[in-house]
Design a protein around this ligand. Structure first.
Ligand code: S3P
Ligand code: PEP
Length: 452
């Protein structure tokens, strides 16, 4: 089964130098938040650069079901007419969040302090992912959740009619959990406090402040303490979504491992809570430079230039960096396969509960491509073979996971034999223009016809 339809088998093969400019689409995390906060503001929010991937389109659909008016101009500008904090209507249909953990968890938070009852579902991947991490703190506000065993979707949330504010220490490093609690806190009276030991992406805090909410972050010995004052009137915004560093990772890493490549990826968001991969690649010896560093819409941005880097070496990636590159470990493992020596990644337990168990999915596929990978619950280690030495030649299983599919397709560009993936359909959840964008750089990535 694919994310939203028929599987699309794909294959990639050794390519000539990749060159050109790769304009990757808008940031997925920021796009979800722009739609949700736009729907909770009073008046019209205007969004440019919104990611039009399936995950975000499912969130747009959900916001309509809650009563917001969400429209798109022909030029790709989106408009959200919000209903105000506490103004969500009860949807008359099940909210299908497709493949998106961010979508379902943030929307659960946003509705949990309104007196409405909502049933959520998702695809086969999302239906395996843990939701108790969100419904536990939402229960403290007074919301009730009934789902499948193990706290899985489909799940119904009965929102709190008289919510109370909450003080919550997030037990796992998760921006989705933090954001769900903050969004729930919007419609609770008084102050909601979230404490996170490890800093995770802070787009919700930044955007809440942009919409006029009173939100403060304090760095303490216990971690980040975020305090939100409830029941604000959110003021609609103009939001320019920066390009997604998690999508930029694919053309950047492809350029580093394909001989002769020189690729420019302009306008990439380099919020420090997201940029860990690029720091790691530079430590490995990648020829990766930041050009034209600037600030756009309150986020640091630069043009990334990546050139073929045959001399990269394996490193130990520090566990405290994990949150800032959590979605980038699969593609880092591909680069690590083409570097000299071992790359050890620790503190990465969370990779096991993404769209797939990403350590397992990558380890199995890389081994089939001739790379040695060892792993434990919270770590994995890739033994690099050096530039040009990865055999490839396998069909890898994507497990409904866009990042697994894209990672193996990038590996095939630098491997000795082509690499196939059983299903590239999930790529459309986050990077709908991956195929034409990579083709324009010179990458040989094709769909494989299925015989009936
Ligand atoms: O808040 C977000 O937008 C996201 C948070 C991360 O998930 P967790 O919060 O589960 O770590 C990340 O993996 C996901 O792609 C997007
Ligand atoms: C983990 C991811 O997304 P989500 O949790 O929103 O499904 C991702 O995009 O890599």
């Amino acid at each position: 089964m694919s994310a939203h339809g028929t599987p699309i088998p794909m294959m990639s093969a050794a390519s000539g130098p990749l060159s050109g400019v790769a304009e990757v689409p808008g940031d997925k995390s920021i796009s979800h938040r722009a739609l949700i906060l736009g729907a909770m503001a009073v008046g019209e929010t205007r969004i440019t650069g919104l990611l039009e991937g399936e995950d975000v389109l499912d969130t747009a659909k959900a916001m309509r079901a809650f009563g917001a008016e969400v429209t798109r101009d022909e030029d790709g500008t989106w408009h959200v007419h919000g209903v105000g904090v506490g103004g969500f209507a009860e949807p008359d249909q099940v909210i299908d969040c497709g493949n998106s953990g961010t979508g379902v968890r943030l929307i659960m938070g946003a509705m949990a302090t309104s007196p409405i009852t909502v049933t959520f579902c998702g695809d086969a991947s999302l239906s395996t992912r843990p939701m108790a991490r969100v419904t536990d703190p939402l229960a403290l506000f007074g919301a009730r959740a009934v789902g499948r065993s193990g706290g899985r979707l489909p799940m119904t949330i009965v929102g709190a009619a008289d919510p109370v504010p909450v003080r919550y220490s997030v037990p796992v490093p998760s921006a989705q959990v933090k954001s769900a609690v903050l969004l729930a806190g919007l419609n609770a009276p008084g102050q909601t406090v979230v404490i996170e030991k490890e800093a995770t992406r802070d787009h919700t805090e930044r955007m809440l402040a942009g919409f006029g909410a009173e939100v403060h972050t304090e760095e303490t010995d216990a971690g980040r303490v975020i305090t939100l004052t409830g029941q604000p009137e959110l003021k609609p915004q103009g939001i320019a979504v920066p390009r997604d560093p998690s999508s930029a990772a694919f053309p950047v890493c492809a350029a580093l491992i394909v001989p002769g490549s020189d690729v420019l990826v302009p306008g990439i968001g380099l919020n420090p809570t997201r940029a860990g991969l690029f720091t790691t690649l530079r430590e490995m010896g990648a020829d990766l430079t930041y050009e034209n560093e600037r600030e756009e819409g309150g986020e640091p941005v630069a043009d990334l230039r990546a050139r073929y880097s045959p001399e990269m070496t394996g490193i130990r990636v520090p566990p405290e960096r994990a949150a800032s590159m959590i979605d980038e470990y699969p593609i880092l493992a591909v680069v690590a396969s083409c570097a000299e020596g071992k790359t050890l990644m620790t503190g990465v337990r969370e990779l096991r509960v993404k769209e797939s168990d990403r350590i397992e999915a990558m380890a199995v596929g890389l081994r089939a491509c001739g790379v040695t990978v060892e792993d434990g619950e919270d770590w994995w280690e890739v033994t690099g073979l050096g530039a040009g030495n990865v055999p490839g030649g396998a069909t890898c299983v994507s497990h409904l996971d866009h990042r697994i599919a894209m990672s193996f397709l990038v590996l095939g560009l630098a491997a000795q034999q082509p690499v196939s993936v059983d299903d590239g359909a999930p790529i459309a959840t986050s990077f709908p223009v991956f195929e034409p964008l990579m083709a324009a750089l010179g990458a040989r990535i094709v769909r494989v016809a299925v015989e009936n």
